[in-house]
Ligand binder design. Structure first.
Ligand code: SAH
Length: 261
């Protein structure tokens, strides 16, 4: 299989190492789901190990050549092969209300968008695992206080227990990416309801990190925060110090217009 230059924009880095492919497939534990969606299966290196699990499998692949190969190789009653763009497909139409897991050696060019779409559909997605470029995997898993901790970390960790599993060097891919990669998993929390105004929370997280060097007092000026509320020490902090739970508390207080409740 020769890598095609024109396809660079599809984030194609095919995995050559079968051990790593198997390790990723083996992360699936089928406790809370019986259905799997693999994003960007390419030439099926990971797919072959997922198929062995004999569960209902959906593949979404944007590249026609790969789709044709997948259809020839993996067509079966349990495997549904969709030609399309993960970011554009209607997940509700495919899965109805059924829970499903997401897995993949993902297209790196759309990694953060894949995570954001997963978070939007978290009610149906109890489990997510796969490979991203290392820097994105780190951002998803980083705890508060670190330089890499940001919007993606807060939002992913609000709903999921995220774990950075292992680093993967460029030479196991064809063509090799310029950076290291990493495998991670996200297991949805038992209680993943926020009990606060979600739209407001997302706005607060975004605004706070847009100017991550400033204190919350400065970044959140646009909200109607009373003088009394402004005194609270939390407003003297920079956003990277706040956990998801802290952001929920902050949202509740700003929403109620009273920080001392
Ligand atoms: N999983 C395979 C391929 C990884 S490369 C392997 O490990 O070898 C990433 C794959 O994602 C490519 O096959 C690419 O065509 C596909 N892809 C890129 N953008 C996509 C999108 N928006 N939706 C679905 N698949 C996509």
């Amino acid at each position: 299989m020769k890598p095609v230059r024109a396809k660079k924009k599809l984030g194609q880095h095919f995995l050559k190492d079968l051990n790593i492919a198997k390790k990723i497939a083996d992360l699936l534990d089928f406790k809370e789901f019986n259905t799997v969606l693999e994003i960007g299966p390419g030439m099926g290196v990971l797919t072959q190990f997922i198929v062995e699990k004999k569960k209902s499998l959906n593949l979404i692949e944007i590249d026609l050549e790969s789709v044709e190969y997948l259809k020839k190789t993996f067509s079966s009653l349990e495997t549904n092969i969709i030609e399309g763009d993960f970011l554009k497909i209607d997940l509700l139409q495919i899965f109805k209300k059924e829970p499903f897991a997401i897995i993949g050696n993902f297209p790196f060019n759309i990694s953060t968008q894949i995570v954001f779409k997963t978070l939007e559909h978290r009610n149906q997605i109890p489990f997510f695992a796969g490979m991203f470029q290392k820097e994105v995997a780190e951002r998803i898993c980083e705890p508060p206080g670190s330089k890499k901790y940001g919007i993606l970390s807060v939002l992913a960790q609000l709903f999921y227990e995220t774990s950075y599993l292992f680093t993967v060097p460029p030479n196991v891919f064809n063509p090799p990416p310029k950076v290291d990669s990493a495998v991670l998993k996200m297991v949805r929390k038992d209680d993943f309801s926020l009990n606060c105004d979600e739209v407001l929370l997302f706005k607060i997280v975004k605004l706070s990190f847009q100017q991550r060097r400033k204190t919350l007092r400065n970044s959140l000026k646009t909200f109607n925060i009373s003088d009394n509320m402004r005194e609270d020490p939390i407003f003297g902090l920079r956003p990277e110090k706040l956990s998801g739970k802290d952001f929920i508390q902050l949202t509740k207080r700003i929403g109620h217009g009273n920080i001392s409740n």
